[in-house]
Design a protein around this ligand. Structure first.
Ligand code: CMC
Length: 393
């Protein structure tokens, strides 16, 4: 069976080669297809970045228009799929609703499942890019008991999502350009992050030649966990607890984290790869300050977050362990200012990560070195023993 290396958590095992995203964790560098994240966040749009991740190059205007038009033709959900939402409990978390509905796409769109048919992969790519935004908006509408809105294809993807989320069928929805731009930028920041837990999940599931919808649905479930995408929800819950239950006492909280009381962690801090700073967190922090000002929101949670960051960065516990704010630390404060309930935060992460997952799945399917993912183990169970019939045990 050959030599097996033991690497729990895959801290030093490369499971694939990839040309999509480059991270230098010591230098705090993140690039999509060679382009630095701050340049993309400052100048590009989410759809342009999606094109870049999926197809490898920035699009020409014509290519971008064609991509945008193709996506907008697929924003509708099948009426039968819409009925799925009625079956979930009213207080259902929108993440499992999202992953279930994405999984169900395999049953509605059976003509685009073959992972080796280029046209089918193209079709399921645009279907996902369009429909996941509609599904996310419906998951929200379901949770607040409001009617679903059909997409309006005269709007862009992000605009349409905001309208379907916050709008009502009976009245026009006024889009706030600051909010559209801020959400678009946040989606760019989340769009890919090489072999993180959910992307590795998409690759592992896809390595069995499972279709794109099934693989992405698995990635959404991986993202749900509080150590991964679920951290943005956990951060806001932590900040709210500090404000409401602990009277804003940040020092006490930091001490409890340092003493690891009941496994307390400073959510939104730390990263497997970034040991200097997370370049996304820097951009999000600036965004939080400007967008709250633009939206006229004064949120005490932002002050608590800033104090928490300041104290942690000056504390030996965090310094020694190289723990810095990650992308999730400030995003929740922005989502909250935009009017999203805490339960939707991880869904917004999933919307952003979608093109990255798709790009990795496609890269893997086209990689001649690709094999089914099948890790080995170190067996720690008992040695051979004899079966004893139940009456003699
Ligand atoms: N608060 C307090 N201590 C921490 C934290 C934290 N947030 N993160 C790590 N540590 C400590 C950890 O207890 C350990 O200490 P010790 O050496 O005394 O045992 C040391 O730092 C090393 O941590 P680790 O758990 O071995 O590091 P990891 O690479 O396995 O975990 C992580 C990375 C992101 C899961 C972890 O830092 C964490 O749980 N952070 C909080 C959750 C979070 O914010 N997740 C979002 C990550 S970024 C976006 C995304 O991927 O979705």
């Amino acid at each position: 069976t050959g030599l097996v290396t033991f690497d729990p958590g895959f801290t030093s095992t490369a499971a694939c080669s990839s040309a999509i995203t480059y991270i230098d964790g010591d230098a705090g560098i993140l690039r999509y297809r060679g382009y630095p994240i701050d340049q993309l966040a400052g100048n590009s749009t989410f759809l342009e970045v999606s094109y870049l991740l999926i197809y490898g190059e920035l699009p020409s205007q014509q290519q971008l228009d064609a991509f945008t038009n193709r996506i907008s033709r697929h924003t509708l959900l099948h009426e039968d799929l819409k009925r799925f939402f009625e079956g979930f409990p009213r207080d259902a978390h929108p993440m499992p609703v999202l992953s279930s509905a994405v999984s169900a796409l395999s049953t509605f769109y059976q003509d685009s499942l073959d992972p080796h048919d280029e046209e089918a992969v193209e079709l399921s790519t645009v279907r996902l890019m369009a429909k996941v935004f509609t599904i996310a908006a419906y998951a929200y509408k379901k949770s607040v008991g409001q009617p679903f809105l059909y997409p309006d294809n005269s709007l862009g993807l992000v605009e349409n999502f905001l309208r379907m989320t916050f709008g009502f069928p009976a009245e026009p929805y006024e889009l706030d350009p600051d909010m559209v731009r801020a959400l678009d930028t946040l989606l760019i920041l989340h769009a890919d992050h090489e072999q993180n837990c959910s992307t590795s999940t998409v690759r592992l599931v896809g390595s069995s030649q499972a279709n794109l919808f099934a693989s992405i649905s698995a990635g959404i479930n991986a993202l749900f966990g509080p150590l991964h995408g679920g951290a943005n929800q956990a951060v806001l819950e932590m900040l709210t607890r500090i404000k409401d239950v602990e009277g804003g006492n940040v020092d006490d909280f930091v001490n409890r984290v340092k003493n690891k009381e009941q496994g307390a962690k400073l959510m939104g801090f730390g990263h497997r790869v970034y040991k200097n700073y997370d370049p996304r967190a820097k951009i999000v922090k600036e965004q939080a300050e400007t967008i709250l000002k633009k939206l006229g929101v004064n949120d005490p949670l932002l002050d608590i977050a800033m104090t928490l960051e300041e104290k942690a960065l000056a504390d030996d516990y965090f310094v020694e362990r190289k723990l810095y704010p990650n992308v999730d630390f400030y995003t929740g404060v922005i989502y909250r200012a935009m009017g999203f309930p805490v339960k939707m935060f991880t869904v917004l992460f999933a919307l952003g990560r979608l093109p990255g997952w798709i790009a990795h799945w496609r890269e893997m399917m086209n990689d001649p070195q690709n094999k089914i993912g099948r890790p080995r183990q170190l067996y720690t169970g008992s040695a051979e023993r004899l079966y004893v019939p139940v009456g003699q045990r």
